[in-house]
Design a binder for this molecule. Structure first.
Ligand SMILES: [Zn+2]
Length: 121
């Protein structure tokens, strides 16, 4: 999860400054992919294939996505372009997730101070 920095010790001005920084440099939302990128080497069904002697086929690259209630969606990424798009989209999603969590933490702290009457947001 998010690194636990004690926001209670950060000044109001610095909280606002952190927020401004967090809102910058985010990848386009249109790229997001909530998934994992998985690399696998596989064995096939042929009896005398080299894969039976440890020389597995691959690598194969898959996009794996939790589809709710223990279900998983998985498919092969066939081309380098598809793999690059998947990596970019997954990285973008992770970046947004981290930023959203951090912004939420700052907003929570700002609200806490406001509710405690210790400052103005
Ligand atoms: Zn094989």
């Amino acid at each position: 999860m998010v690194k636990t920095l004690d926001l209670r010790k950060v000044s109001m001005a610095n909280l606002q400054k952190k927020k401004t920084v967090l809102l910058q440099g985010l990848p386009p939302l249109s790229e997001l992919v909530r998934a994992s990128f998985v690399k696998q080497f596989l064995t096939c069904g042929k009896k005398n294939c080299r894969c039976r002697r440890g020389f597995k086929h691959g690598p194969f690259f898959y996009l794996v996505q939790a589809a709710g209630a223990g279900r998983v969606r998985k498919f092969l990424l066939k081309t380098p372009a598809q793999r690059q798009q998947a990596r970019t989209g997954i990285a973008a999603h992770l970046k947004w997730q981290r930023r959203l969590a951090e912004i939420s933490e700052i907003n929570t702290e700002l609200l806490r101070r406001s509710a405690a009457g210790k400052g103005r947001a």
